[in-house]
Design a protein around this ligand. Structure first.
Ligand SMILES: N[C@@H](CCC(=O)N[C@@H](CS)C(=O)NCC(=O)O)C(=O)O
Length: 187
């Protein structure tokens, strides 16, 4: 049984890499050089026809999967014991989708940032003031996805004033002091 994770430096492959490291999931890493356009080589397009990173191949069942969120969810459901019932599965899925769509757009699409960012950040700040983990009582793929996107803030917007969101600031401090995260992000 072998997992192959296709990624590259400074790509969203960091998210499944971080998750796998935290959960002790082993895999073979395949570096795809975007600058050399290896992502558009026919051999990689067989893995992800869109030529995007990351992607995952699971030798145990022949699955080839793209989209970082789908990869997180697959690993969470099949390579950890964090999903114990349909409600947990749905809640984790909700947060992964939130991170990869709603939150990602609010952070990275300038026309949306002004309108969406303060509301989403205020709500997340409030949620994190009440609980440490988004689903249940341990760090799951839901936290990985949301923490990874919030962790992009100091990287992409080092001058952004986050003092109105102290819980997010301390969450980001915890993320940035996590050894696996540091290693994967090259901090
Ligand atoms: N929504 C996708 C985004 C994938 C994506 O855009 N990946 C970038 C790297 S972060 C990529 O492969 N870019 C190369 C290209 O578009 O040619 C995911 O989360 O996996």
């Amino acid at each position: 049984m072998t997992l192959y994770l296709y990624g590259g430096p400074k790509t969203r492959a960091s998210m499944p890499k971080w998750y796998a490291a935290e959960k002790g999931i082993s895999y073979n890493y395949v570096n795809v050089d975007l600058a050399a356009r290896q992502n558009l080589a026919p051999s990689y397009l067989e893995v992800n026809p869109f030529g995007k990173l990351p992607a995952l191949k699971d030798d145990s069942n022949g699955l080839m999967l793209f989209e970082s969120g789908a990869i997180l969810q697959y690993l969470s459901e099949n390579y950890t014991n964090e999903v114990k019932d349909p409600a947990t599965r749905a809640s984790i899925s909700q947060w992964i989708l939130f991170a990869n769509s709603t939150l990602a757009i609010a952070l990275f699409v300038p026309s949306n940032k002004e309108r969406e960012f303060p509301r989403l950040m205020a709500t997340l700040n409030d949620l994190y003031s009440k609980k440490k983990f988004l689903v249940g009582d341990c760090w799951t793929a839901a936290d990985c996805a949301v923490n990874a996107y919030l962790g992009y803030l100091p990287i992409f917007y080092p001058n952004e004033d986050l003092s109105a969101y102290p819980e997010i600031q301390s969450l980001n401090q915890r993320t940035r002091s996590n050894q696996n995260y540091r290693q994967i992000m090259g901090l």
